[in-house]
Design a binder for this molecule. Structure first.
Ligand code: FMN
Length: 358
């Protein structure tokens, strides 16, 4: 069991089998990624919404703080827009925007597909580990990354997805259980319109049985008990998102961090209202208003683009009622007033104690 985690640690060049999830949109910036890597885990830059240039700058900042390995996380989803139903969605979003005095502006909406410039930046900056959500790296990019000895971690929500990740050349797979905060990483949204939502406890052992490469458990892992349990279930390590949201180096908005303190295991819902893809976050007024309307959201990424101005205005106003508050189901286990290093050391100590008492 412990041997499996050593295999993962030597694969990634890290000390502890704990990965900090790349959380796009601000929470997982260079400061958090550098702090986690420096402390012996794997820090990850949540780069899915960053330009190539922004990734280059962030990577430089990480390298100024640590010479240890780190990862950059990207989305591999199809970024083709479909605004054909914008008139319907606008009927719901316009009054919400007006209620907070936001300029929603629905004319000429377009999502910029930045994947190629992101991938190029990651390759040129010699980023050692690339992690992905929503699918696999396109074949030619996988070949290029593997040729240059980069390690690839793919996130999957079913055993079938995990097997395809292994076959594509991934070095490790994150088993994302339905407890997880943030977007469901499900590959085929036509097959699973609500996302494939298998609990972490069911998913991890079934993936571990099916794969030869290391499996990393994600979703509801908040402390050392979660790490110990994940290792027992056949995982080689864990990926934590939510637990890192409130630490000193987190880039999460203060109003969002405040909402975490008021929430518990029953506070989150799965919703496509913000982005067009199902994601788990703390229930709020935006989600209930959108869902009560009965209007289906636009597909990803168009819904994300259409709601962007509302989310931005809400953040500027410190108003969590209209911000996306991604979080997992382990919220009652959140701790406050700690650094990323504190989290890693506590998780490791608790896991060692749990395993020893077992
Ligand atoms: C705020 C937030 C943002 C996230 N953004 C991403 C992302 O950009 N890319 C990604 O691969 N996973 C993302 N995730 C999902 C994580 O990879 C991971 O599956 C999840 O955090 C694990 O569950 P936990 O939150 O209970 O620890 C995000 C999670 C959270 C909480």
């Amino acid at each position: 069991m412990m041997q499996k985690s050593s295999v993962l640690c030597s694969l990634l060049g890290i000390q502890f089998p704990v990965i900090q999830a790349g959380m796009a949109g601000g929470p997982a910036g260079s400061e958090l990624a550098a702090a986690v890597s420096k402390a012996g885990g794997l820090g990850t830059l949540g780069a899915a919404y960053m330009s190539g240039e922004a990734i280059r700058e962030a990577v430089k900042l990480i390298r100024e703080k640590t010479d240890r390995p780190f990862a950059v996380n990207l989305f591999t989803a199809d970024m083709k827009d479909d605004f054909s139903r914008i008139h319907e969605v606008k009927e719901v979003l316009a009054p919400i925007a007006e209620s907070i005095g936001a300029e929603a502006g629905f004319e000429g909406l377009k999502t910029k597909d930045m994947f190629l410039e992101q991938f190029q930046a990651v390759m040129e900056e010699n980023v050692p580990i690339i992690s992905t959500a929503f699918g696999l790296l396109p074949e030619e990019h996988m070949a290029e990354a593997k040729n240059q000895n980069r390690k690839i971690i793919a996130m999957a929500t079913t055993v079938e997805e995990a097997i395809s990740a292994e076959r594509s050349g991934a070095d490790a797979v994150v088993a994302q259980g339905s407890d997880a905060g943030g977007h469901r990483g499900t590959f085929d949204m036509n097959k699973h319109p609500q996302g494939a939502n298998i609990g972490t406890f069911s998913l991890v052992p079934q993936m571990a049985d099916a794969l030869a490469i290391p499996v990393i458990a994600a979703g509801g892992v908040m402390d050392g008990r979660g790490l110990a349990a994940s290792l027992m279930l056949g995982a080689s390590g864990v990926q934590l998102g939510t637990r890192f949201l409130a630490c000193a180096e987190s880039g999460a908005h203060p109003a969002y961090q405040e909402m975490l303190t008021q929430s518990n295991e029953a506070s989150t819902v799965l919703t496509s209202a913000f982005s067009g893809r199902p994601a788990r976050g703390i229930s709020n007024q935006f989600i209930s208003s959108f869902e009560l309307s009965g209007v289906p959201p636009l597909p990803f990424p168009s819904q994300n683009t259409a709601t962007g101005k509302i989310r931005k205005a809400a953040a500027e106003q410190n108003n969590p009622a209209f911000m996306s508050l991604w979080a997992g189901q382990g919220l009652r286990m959140m701790k406050y007033g700690e650094t990323a290093e504190d989290i890693l050391l506590k998780v490791m100590k608790e896991a060692e104690d749990s395993l020893a008492s077992f």
